[in-house]
Design a protein around this ligand. Structure first.
Ligand SMILES: NC(=O)c1ccc[n+]([C@@H]2O[C@H](COP(=O)([O-])OP(=O)(O)OC[C@H]3O[C@@H](n4cnc5c(N)ncnc54)[C@H](OP(=O)(O)O)[C@@H]3O)[C@@H](O)[C@H]2O)c1
Length: 337
């Protein structure tokens, strides 16, 4: 049987997550990284040398315009996702945009409309939703294993890594979209909506945050209630970031059971499913290939000519960002409009 041609990827930006993504590309089926772009020629060349890439561009636009690329992965800070994803779409190219997809629903709706009008793949980089263990949990909930979903709770540290508060890092910098709520709570909100769509447009959303001197929320809590009486509670902050003390976890409680991700919310390796019949533990076969699953799904959707991935549909991306918009308004978080 003939194998499908490899999807040719380009990376826009050369930071922390771009580096991790490039490293995992090697383990992804049907994908080949062929180019990188930076605002600086020398950074692009250093990145290309490190990963053995044939092409390095000193301008983002050159990558977007390249005829040798199928999909561009946007790995810049989220304040610029709208601009950079828009640049790629304007050159009639498919795009995978790191999470959080955009800063607000207005930007998200405009990007989705542009991609649909041009017939191009636009995918939100919520890699968790492509993790097979997470997909098993979605299937369990859909099959009625825990009954009707009634409550969701999550507790989040920033990406599970120790980050010293007050170090001037990106997450605390309003000039690049710094906001704990936008950057980190995008995960539990997306997980909640993917597992239990009943939470998609809650009747009430309340939120509270504590702020740095530069008015960046460093801790934030969200409470919500649906019209039919389901409730959700999400909290977390920079102070809770220490690995081995507080991990990021989520629990969905149903009428007859519950599921819990208790080790790593972002790229789950283990989960529990409980019911009157007992507790079942689910384990991931290969949690270290989190980005590879996302790369393979984006490649599959691209080859199939889809404008959205069914694992991360536009409707879900927009519902997530609309819910975050409401939480931001409630908490007084103003970064990003
Ligand atoms: N999926 C995940 O697990 C995960 C984890 C961490 C972060 N993220 C997301 O990935 C995105 C990037 O995060 P990161 O940690 O990789 O950030 P980072 O290390 O600061 O890198 C961002 C890159 O964006 C480019 N850039 C363009 N305009 C910039 C500006 N005005 N200021 C700073 N950099 C600019 C820079 O590349 P050049 O200088 O080469 O142009 C920079 O290296 C964020 O949206 C974040 O939420 C996702």
């Amino acid at each position: 049987m003939a194998t499908a041609p490899e999807v040719r990827w380009g990376i826009l930006g050369t930071g922390n997550i771009a580096t991790r993504f490039a490293a995992e590309m090697a383990g992804a089926e049907g994908a080949r990284l062929v180019a990188v772009a930076s605002r600086s020629e020398s950074k692009a060349t250093a990145f290309a040398d490190r990963f053995g890439l044939p092409t390095a561009y000193g301008r983002y636009e050159s990558l977007a315009a390249s005829p040798d690329i199928d999909i561009v992965y946007v790995a810049t800070p989220h304040l610029f996702h709208y601009e950079h994803a828009g640049l790629v779409l304007a050159h009639d190219k498919a795009v995978l945009v790191e999470k959080p997809f955009v800063m607000n629903a207005r930007e998200g709706e405009a990007l989705v409309a542009e991609a649909r009008q041009r017939g191009l793949l636009l995918m939100d980089g919520l890699w968790t939703l492509c993790n097979p263990l997470f997909l098993d949990l979605v299937a369990k909930v859909r099959s009625g294993a825990i009954g009707r979903p009634r409550g969701f709770s999550a507790n989040v540290g920033p990406l599970g890594v120790p980050i010293a508060k007050g170090t001037g890092m990106r997450l605390e910098d309003p000039d690049v979209g710094g906001s704990f709520l936008i950057e980190c709570h995008v995960y539990p909100v997306a997980i909640m909506l993917a597992l239990a769509p009943v939470f998609s447009q809650p009747e009430d959303v309340w939120a509270a945050a504590t702020f740095t001197d530069r008015h960046v929320d460093e801790m934030a809590s969200i409470l919500l209630r649906t019209q039919t009486g389901e409730v959700g509670a999400i909290d977390g902050g920079l102070a809770w970031s220490t690995r081995n003390s507080v991990v990021s976890r989520a629990r969905l409680t149903g009428a007859t059971g519950w599921i819990e991700i208790d080790d790593d919310l972002f790229n789950p390796r283990r989960a529990l499913v409980g019911s009157m019949a007992g507790t079942e533990a689910l384990e991931s076969s290969a949690a270290d290939r989190g980005f590879a699953w996302e790369i393979e799904e984006a490649g599959r959707a691209f080859r199939a000519g889809e404008v959205e991935s069914p694992l991360v549909p536009h409707r879900l991306s927009l519902d997530v960002i609309r819910l975050l918009d409401r939480a931001r308004a409630s908490a007084g978080i103003t970064v990003g409009g």
